[in-house]
Design a binder for this molecule. Sequence first.
Ligand code: GDP
Length: 660
Amino acid sequence: MAGRPGGGFARRSGPGGPVGSSPPGRAGGGFGRGGRPPQRRARRRRRNLEELEPTQLTAYVPSNAPVPDGEVIVERGSTARDLGPKLNRSAGDVIRFLLLQGEMVTATQSLSDDMIELFAAELGADVRLVDPGEEAEAELLARYFEEDEEEEEEDLRPRPPVITVMGHVDHGKTLLLDRIRQTDVVAGEAGGITQHIGAYQVNWNGHLLTFIDTPGHEAFTAMRARGAQVTDMVVLVVAADDGVMPQTLEAIDHARAAEVPIVVAVNKIDRADADPARVLQQIADRGLVPEAWGGDTITVEVSALQGTGIDDLLEHLILLAEVEEYRATPEGRARGTVLEANLETGRGPVATVIVQRGTLRVGDAVVAGSAWGKVKALIDDRGDQVKEALPSMPVLLLGLSEPPQAGDELRAAGDLTTARTLGEARAQRFRLSGHLPAPSATGARLEDLFEQIQRGETATLNIVLKADVQGSLEAVTESLRKLERDDVKLSFVRRGVGGISENDITLAKASTATIIGFNVRPDRRARELAEVSDVEIRTYEVIYKLLEDIEAAMLGMLAPTYEEVVTGDAEVRQVFRIPRVGPVAGCYVQNGAIRRGAKVRFLREGVIIWRGTITSLKRHKDDVREVQAGFECGIGLSDFQDLKEGDVIETFEEREIPRA
Ligand code: GDP
């Protein structure tokens, strides 16, 4: 986590404080957040008078005077004059107490955390220290949401368990998630039309189960790093032919840290070289002793490929959920967590949220991080619009002012003004606390990194990171952070969702940063600017490749890279659906040439939405091999359905760049 801005926060005036607090203005004026301009002058003059009046400071309150009940929120860096009244004492009381502890402070000097806590402890008061700017937010939360905190025992109802599938790469997480989804009777009847919103719910024999369908522990950790706990149970997938691998161990650690039960799915038992007994031994060695051996870890043998053992697995998950008694009240205003969020053309900011208590309804005013708004629509995992979402139900939410961050808490706020006030208070705090650390002036680019390390210097790799969705942005950041060593630090100059823009290049140039794109691409102008500015752009579609490269660069072993040479791009003007042929995109070739059989990517606002090859290419009615810039053409696509007007089809070739 980024540290707070260094060196005492030259006091900012408190937000129009609680009743009984001292006037907030002070020398230096500065911010005056809750400032009321017309009164300002008068206030300042009065305060100056107060300062001249020694009696004000030495007016002591009897030491047995009561202190406020409950938690008192105090901003870090408060002065004696701020702190005293909050605890029903005078500034003089604070100063005298600290003097007795050997600390000389004036009434308008910032106090350290220790001093504040010491004084509170002396009085027996309960204080919570918050960052500057957080106070307004904490007060708002307390004011508007306090009554939501109480959960009446009799309102609690069983809710579906929320399950995350984890395990080593290629052990079958994705296939298992697909198989589980297919067990849903209702989805099956509807022709299996599903929408990937980051999570889905299955109804299996009348029991609901919620699965987070971005498998892998990166997302899981990223969530937890932000204080969000969404998952109730973890299904640990271990391939029977491969056994426990490094990421299996990592997954076990993560699940343990989150204190959630682990169910082990021993997968790929269809394979001839499968050795399930060895897997059981290996997990038992890690403290997960199988039930069959007298332990309490549920293990189930499955084949995601053949679909065997899936029912058995689901049955065990339901039994476990019954034992664990997951409950929540469907009453009251909703509270939930954002799983992922991004900007979508035509829909604006969309966020997948899992409701954790209460009921989320269309029309509710909501706030998540600094995003706020009225719920315009809720879309479930089948792509259907729904009116409300109950606990444990994942939905795509439309109507927020901006995409929130994965892991942000979502709350229904009662009315839009509250949602907005809270959202804006947070935005203000994010700005004040300067979310992004300053880029290192001596930052190295990826190619130069090793040289710098070899010179014995501490190298800092400056990175501009862009990703397709908030979830992957968090996951990539989190994974990159783990690569940091004593001699190599990472500094994120910018992190953001969306395509790589000219702005990103300019920033990278100014801060000697390398641009890393995950599932996103630079547009042509950005690419050209990068070339002339000598800014390196590295794009990836697989997280392990990305991490491998960065790690290799740290070891001075950056492998030869394949440069993707963009050979042409075309803009989609119209999409035709032709019976028996499928969709054909009517396009206009903008640059280069489009060739049949070329590798393509579809870009929507710079974000990769599909990749594959061109199956047919037509000019008017004729099949052609190539269409040059400036001409229209029809591009036939094998299996991609969701192409829209304005999307860009980019063709490319891969060429190896020899390393110097
Ligand atoms: P992930 O990286 O954990 O998500 O793994 P995937 O679900 O992508 O699976 C990796 C590979 O293993 C794919 O080629 C799958 O077809 C294959 N696979 C997954 N489950 C099974 C299984 O039960 N049996 C066999 N033989 N192959 C499987």
